[in-house]
Design a protein around this ligand. Structure first.
Ligand SMILES: Nc1ncnc2c1ncn2[C@@H]1O[C@H](COP(=O)(O)OP(=O)(O)O)[C@@H](O)[C@H]1O
Ligand SMILES: [Mg+2]
Length: 263
């Protein structure tokens, strides 16, 4: 796998946080990474924008910065221009395609997005020649935009919380990935389940582990950690604001085991 989307139709499960830590962690390990903000809310873009000496508000107001929507528009015009949409070196070896059009869902109708699926996948697979990894953040919904992202990917990582409600959400997410696989005629793997905010002291956690293991998808866990909210507040990655925290150790382990395959 090389192009990975982090997806779950539910919000607040740690998609954006995980992209931040996985992308920056891989770059720190010497890998060349492209992070793609595929969520019109632009949280990933705010994180990296605000880190460049701007306030959150300043970063949020920069709607003129080219980003994901410009890439789609350039593909639609028959002149795909990945370069123009990339923000170079938001960290060492880490580039970003930001999402800076907050009105994207109004401006870009579903049928336009649907028509761009194949050419978008082609553009990303070309980009994969220049990077070791392309990690894509997605929004908590189930629309044409998420399908476009998943169908351009080799694999999907599904972040979840240990809750009974997550089971039905997970079933829906797996079905959605299967539907995308069928639509694009290419196997897209559900690579792993990533339990964010894991708390061992919760009584039912063993029960949950048992329930989720029946899906036969590799499971990773990141412990609940105050460093994770601190990371977002301060626009600093976990490697910058809490390198020896347990959450950093958990993400480092995921990077080694599921990306770098160091067992
Ligand atoms: N391991 C963790 N421990 C504690 N809080 C976390 C952890 N991972 C994520 N969070 C918090 O969960 C909230 C939602 O995370 P976010 O990444 O924005 O989710 P999503 O992108 O799925 O909507 C944020 O406030 C974030 O700080
Ligand atoms: Mg998010």
């Amino acid at each position: 796998m090389k192009i990975v989307t982090v997806a779950n139709q539910k919000g607040g499960v740690g998609k954006t946080s995980s992209i931040i830590q996985l992308a920056s962690g891989l770059a720190k390990r010497g890998e060349r990474v492209l992070a793609v903000d595929g969520d019109p809310q632009g949280n990933l873009s705010l994180f990296f924008g605000a880190a460049e000496g701007q306030t959150f508000g300043q970063a949020a107001g920069q709607t003129k910065i080219p980003g994901f929507h410009d890439l789609l528009a350039s593909i639609e015009n028959g002149k795909p221009s990945l370069k123009n949409s990339i923000r170079k070196s938001v960290r060492r070896r880490l580039d970003l395609i930001p999402f800076t059009d907050r009105d994207f869902r109004i401006n870009f109708a579903d049928d336009r997005i649907r028509n761009l699926k194949d050419p978008f996948a082609k553009v990303l697979s070309k980009a994969a020649n220049f990077y070791d990894w392309i990690l894509i953040d997605s929004s908590p919904s189930n629309s044409c935009l998420e399908r476009l992202l998943v169908e351009a990917s080799d694999a999907v990582i599904i972040p979840l919380e240990f809750q009974l409600f997550s089971v039905s959400g997970l079933e829906a997410s797996i079905q959605e990935v299967d539907a995308c696989s069928q639509e694009c005629g290419r196997g897209i793997e559900v690579h792993s389940l990533l339990f964010t905010k894991a708390e061992n002291r919760l009584n039912r956690v063993q029960d949950y582990r048992r329930v989720f293991s029946t899906f036969r998808i590799p499971i990773f866990e990141v412990c609940k950690s105050e460093y994770m909210s601190r990371s977002l507040e301060k626009s600093r990655t976990i490697w910058e604001c809490g390198p020896s925290s347990n959450a950093a150790k958990d993400y480092a382990r995921i990077i080694e085991k599921s990306f770098l395959e160091i067992v």
